[in-house]
Design a protein around this ligand. Structure first.
Ligand code: NAP
Length: 266
């Protein structure tokens, strides 16, 4: 039976060189190598940094196939393998000497006065003002009012996304074995005029977060999913929840979350 591996690479020279080398090695072992997604592929290899990894997952529409990253980028939180360790990785893969981390996605159902759209995020969904104005949001959880938020916006992140934009905005790093959603405010206003929580709020994975923008000036809400901007006219409600969809991220068997955090951040 033919074994297919799909390689998705960014256009950086180092990535393209790595793709060429990897293709040659895999073909010499009898694998069919594709650069587009094939339904019978047994593994997807993303070459680049975290940004490329996120793009691979979105471009391939959240595949049910294991994905591994080779890091030619800057930080490389998702991609676990260095281009210098390709041979070690291929050996480990052939011997089944790896672990698969299931990464749950956030679901976001965005409704305007006309339609609803569904989106999924690996790192986060950001809701913010499009025109650098203060935005005002009625925040509910499980249909119960939590606060009327005023400020720049808010990030709702997965545990995996906690080390990305969430962390830069003052949110907490979350152990990847925990199942929760973290809402981190972006420049919340907390004065006599407006009252907003100023720290992150942690919700259980079963919670449903409702964000209802209040339009005072214009139609100015911007939604950013894993770094990609989406604009809709007159958003009435954004419902955010932990979806049942998982990404199967392949890690080397010596992977340990907190060692990785110290190595990358300190
Ligand atoms: P990008 O340039 O692709 O990413 C910005 C930085 O975030 C890069 O260094 C990237 O790593 C790193 N990153 C991405 N996911 C991560 C994760 N789960 N843990 C730790 N670091 C992570 O930016 P983009 O295309 O605008 O958006 C992609 C992601 O960037 C978003 O999902 C968001 O989390 C993050 N972002 C961060 C800020 C901020 O920190 N102020 C602002 C906007 C967006 P690589 O260098 O390996 O690519």
């Amino acid at each position: 039976m033919r074994r297919i591996i799909t390689i998705n690479s960014n256009q950086v020279v180092k990535s393209l060189e790595t793709r060429k080398l990897l293709t040659k090695k895999l073909q010499s072992m009898g694998f069919e190598v594709r650069y587009d997604f094939h339904p019978d592929t047994e593994l997807i290899i993303s070459i680049g940094g975290d940004g490329s990894f996120l793009k691979t997952i979105h471009d391939f529409d959240f595949p049910d196939v294991p994905v591994v990253g080779i890091n030619t980028g800057h930080l490389g939180f998702f991609p676990d393998i260095s281009p210098d360790n390709i041979d070690t990785f291929i050996d480990a893969y052939l011997n089944g000497d790896f672990i698969v981390q299931n990464i749950p996605l956030l679901g976001a159902s965005i409704c305007t006065d006309k339609h609803c759209f569904d989106m999924f995020a690996i790192n986060e969904v950001v809701v913010k003002g499009d025109k650098s104005r203060t935005i005002h949001i009625n925040l509910k959880v499980n249909d119960k009012h939590v606060e009327k938020f005023s400020g720049d916006g808010m990030i709702i992140s997965t545990p995996t996304g906690s080390t990305a934009y969430n962390y830069a905005a003052g949110g907490s790093i979350v152990d990847s074995s925990l199942s929760l959603m973290q809402l981190t405010p972006l420049y919340p206003i907390n004065t006599n005029a407006y009252r907003s929580f100023t720290s992150s709020i942690i919700f259980s994975r079963d919670s449903v977060i409702n964000i209802e923008p209040e339009y005072r000036f214009d139609n100015s809400i911007l939604i950013v999913v894993d770094g990609v901007e989406h604009r809709y006219n007159q958003i009435s409600d954004i419902r955010i929840y932990t979806s049942d969809i998982y990404i199967k991220l392949v890690r080397m068997s010596n992977y340990e979350f907190w060692s990785r955090v110290s190595e990358k951040f300190l």
